[in-house]
Design a protein around this ligand. Structure first.
Ligand SMILES: [Zn+2]
Length: 475
């Protein structure tokens, strides 16, 4: 049987890297890598021809972030005009669960792609996972039989079998198998019995899912989550389970490490070490997806230290929600006309001086917003709470984020990654007064700790309530 989803690792030549000016500091075990993810959609029943458009994704790359299947602030018509975005979206099942009912519309005849408005023969690669990566803490009471989803009608439980039915109905291209994540920033929770339970429950749920036969002709590609961090023995148990599951190498298509699976409180370096310890003993020719890690410096570090191939795009959304436009640059910043702004990582369109600034959001940017509109106009839209403000900012921020990935890939190709990585981290990660690293591109953390986003007056009520309680206890 030929696989619908394939992944090819195209590592940079180590000889190129070692001849660079930073050649000596190059680690002999190169973790960062280039890859090519290819997906052949199933032939549709209504298609008149048999040709299927193959979806190609160069990695490192990202899945576009969605809320209830739609990109924040961008209706599909606008989103379709964004240039050269990765043709891949991440849908969170959680967003579809509105009450206690199983979140499957049994009446809708098509698959999730069509429900979300994508044409049958030209849909993006659709990955279905369970939880929204922006939300890091939940109270969902999982047990050995089922995971929990917090809905407006109360807690809903879903078993492995239930998930299989949902997948059968939605027909995603990739499904991330369930895991019992420890949704908390309390480190002690990760040290004791809770992690042991997490590994066991994950195993139970996945086994039940795998034992439920699906009737559809093309089953989704499966990404499997790795759990057990920070306990080495449990990490190993999780890896061994994945190996058993994939005994013939044909069941699992990719690996997932989730931010909430590896402790919100630990420094990123430590999390990446844990992630690498799991990845390194698994098949090196399968893609690695890091859920919940999205800030540019985190992306660069994850590519470098754990060989991550795929990310989320929650960061540009977080930047937009603050009324900011991204300005960070991965590469030579000496040529930037507004170097002060570049080094800041973003500009705030709320600020009063923007009132009289008739330049684009970022000089030289080729996005729709920068080509047609001024800072002054976006400032005006924000002040009057016009929705177009966040539309234009999101267009710029997602375009800018896409540029980051393009720059990372091109530096991996020409061997300049190491040099640019060092410069980038020097610019955007500073030493704090307490001796800890201070990450300048922290808009995601800002969003996660806010009661209500500054750009939405009444929105995200539930989201806001939950987070305000959390920030009150963690402040
Ligand atoms: Zn722009």
């Amino acid at each position: 049987m030929t696989k619908a989803l394939t992944f090819t690792v195209q590592n940079p030549q180590p000889s190129n890297l070692s001849t660079g000016s930073n050649g000596d500091s190059q680690s002999p075990k190169q973790k960062c890598r280039l890859g090519q993810l290819e997906f052949t959609p199933p032939t549709t029943t209504t298609a008149t021809t048999t040709d299927t458009t193959k979806i190609s994704l160069e990695t490192p790359n990202f899945f576009q972030y969605t809320i209830q299947g739609l990109q924040p602030h961008l209706v599909p018509e606008v989103a379709s005009h964004l240039e050269s975005m990765p043709p891949a979206i991440r849908v969170n099942l959680e967003g579809f669960v509105k009450d206690r009912e199983i979140p499957v519309s049994t009446e809708y005849p098509g698959k999730l792609h069509q429900f979300l408005g994508y044409p049958e023969n030209n849909s993006p690669l659709l990955l279905l996972d369970i939880y929204d990566p922006v939300i890091l803490e939940r109270n969902i009471k999982p047990n050995s039989k089922s995971l929990g989803v917090d809905t407006e009608g109360g807690l809903q439980r879903i078993t492995g079998k239930g998930l299989a039915k949902i997948v059968e109905k939605y027909r995603p291209d990739i499904f991330v198998l369930p895991a019992d994540y420890v949704f908390s920033k309390i480190e002690e929770l990760y040290e004791g019995k809770r992690v042991k339970k997490s590994v066991e429950r994950t195993k139970n749920w996945i086994t039940e899912y795998m034992d439920t036969s699906l009737s559809q002709s093309q089953k989704p590609a499966l990404f499997v989550p790795l759990t057990g961090a920070p306990n080495e023995t449990l990490r190993e148990a999780s890896v061994n389970f994945v190996k058993e599951l994939d005994a013939d190498g044909n069941v699992i298509d990719g690996y997932v490490i989730s931010e909430y699976g590896i402790v919100g409180g630990y420094p990123l370096e430590k999390k990446l070490d844990m992630a690498w310890s799991s990845f390194s003993s698994l098949d090196q020719n399968k893609p690695r997806y890091m859920v919940g890690v999205s800030s540019p410096h985190d992306v660069v570090m994850s590519v470098d230290s754990a060989g991550i191939d795929l990310f989320d795009a929650t960061y540009p959304y977080a930047v937009t929600e603050q009324g900011f436009a991204s300005t960070y640059v991965f590469g030579d910043i000496s040529v930037e006309s507004r170097k002060d702004e570049t080094l800041k990582g973003h500009i705030s369109l709320w600020e009063t001086p923007m009132f009289g600034d008739f330049g684009p959001l970022v000089p030289g940017c080729t996005c729709f917003a920068c080509q047609r509109h001024t800072r002054s106009y976006v400032h005006h839209l924000l002040m009057t709470h016009e929705m177009l403000a966040t539309v234009l900012l999101q267009i710029h921020n997602i375009h800018w984020y896409n540029n980051l990935f393009k720059a990372v890939r091109s530096s991996l190709k020409d061997g300049s990654f190491n040099e640019k990585k060092c410069a980038f981290l020097k610019n955007y990660v500073k030493q704090g007064e307490d001796g800890n690293a201070k990450y300048l591109l922290n808009e995601l953390i800002l969003l996660q700790s806010q009661t209500i986003s500054p750009t939405t007056k009444a929105g995200y009520k539930k989201f806001g309530r939950r987070l305000s309680e959390d920030s009150a206890t963690t402040a």
